[in-house]
Design a protein around this ligand. Sequence first.
Ligand code: GAL
Length: 465
Amino acid sequence: MIDRDNIFGGEFDMSNKRLWLPILLMVLALMIAACGGTAPTETTAPTAAPAPAEEEAAPAEEEAAPAESAGANQLEFYSWWTAGGEADGLNAMYDLFKAMYPDIEIVNATVAGGAGSNAKAVLATRMQAGDPPDSFQVHAGHELIDTWVVADKMEPVTFIFEENGWMDAYPPDVISILSYNGEIWSVPVNIHRSNVMWYNPAVLEANGLTAPTTIEEFFTVADALKAAGVTPLALGDNGIWTATHLLESVLLGTLGADGYRGLWTGDTDWNSPEVTTALESFARMLDYVNADHAALSWDQAAQLVADGDAAMTIMGDWANGYFTSIDLKPNVDYGYAPSPSTDGIFMMLSDTFSLPKGAPHRDNAIKWLTLAGSKEGQDAFNPLKGSIPARTDGDRSLYDEYLQSAMDDFASNAITPSLAHGAAASEGWVTAFNDIMTLFVTDRNVENAQAAMAKACVDAGVCGQ
Ligand code: GAL
């Protein structure tokens, strides 16, 4: 259904992507991690970043208990799902697994920090040390393929798809972004949408306002809210990925689907005036965010909207999982709309579960992946997670109003890949981008940020000199 507008803006073939620079960067990162012991490498530049709050802090306490031994009958699954909604979805899948396999002990290995801001570095260290979990959460697209598959750290899972008759159960374009050299490398559990604006309807109504549909309208509404003493936009960028997340929505709204996709394929010029406009809009949006944004996490920012302490936030639809986990109702307690100027476009990402080479309990991992890829598993997980099933045969009646609307939009909108969540670009590029954003949210220097972003595209091997 989504190949009408290919996610990556052309014939997608991961095998032909220019991968060498990102791989070299990854290898370098792994070597540095190996030399430096087990301390995780932060993905942001801490010098320019404000002090992180607990949620995104170094994951010492949250670090997973290592699997006791390959002999114990365990399943160690590794993720960063600790917030309301995401943890609930995972627990629902665990409950199903426990009912099916009561003898297998689940080791819930989590490293807190939204979008894997801490978990990915700890995972890289473990993988480098030859200590993989049995399965781990990884984003579909470049994150999966460039970081792990090309580096020869994964087993293909094509056989699981074939044994379970799944080849027709998933959209071909979803399978294509999990494929490399004729094999499928991970099991997709969901589709998330990144370009969603969540708002508090009572706050808007009390000020005689409606949710803005364009970037221009956003500023009109934001001015009115600010004049009334209300924080217009909640941001929680103690993990810098949320700033990248906001910017990807502004880039999409400014450049449109084709222009945005071209940023990651070299077809759109990073030095163009449209990119300048997007960066200026982003910098201007920062005039309207909560003063304590640098101390908060994404879910704490969502909570500001829930409490009526801010009117809007732009976040992926795991925020829907968060809102429902605190018993709020869509279209009653909170509203949603495509982020400004992105109506008709669905910025997608997908969480997938992997089978790393050397998984200590490989048979149990295969059982887990078989559940994760099943209709039953996805229909238990996604209604709580705030995502729609990656499968095409999910039971619509189990999903709330927001998620039903996301299903409809995914089936009809232009699809674009998320940068902040691994779909659009290699991890090396995303890390470079996050570092640029760390500086940009502080100094708001559009010229410097744009030049650095243009350079990052060259460094990634995608843009010419
Ligand atoms: C994303 C991930 C989502 C959600 C979010 C916040 O990267 O794909 O499943 O967990 O981070 O943690």
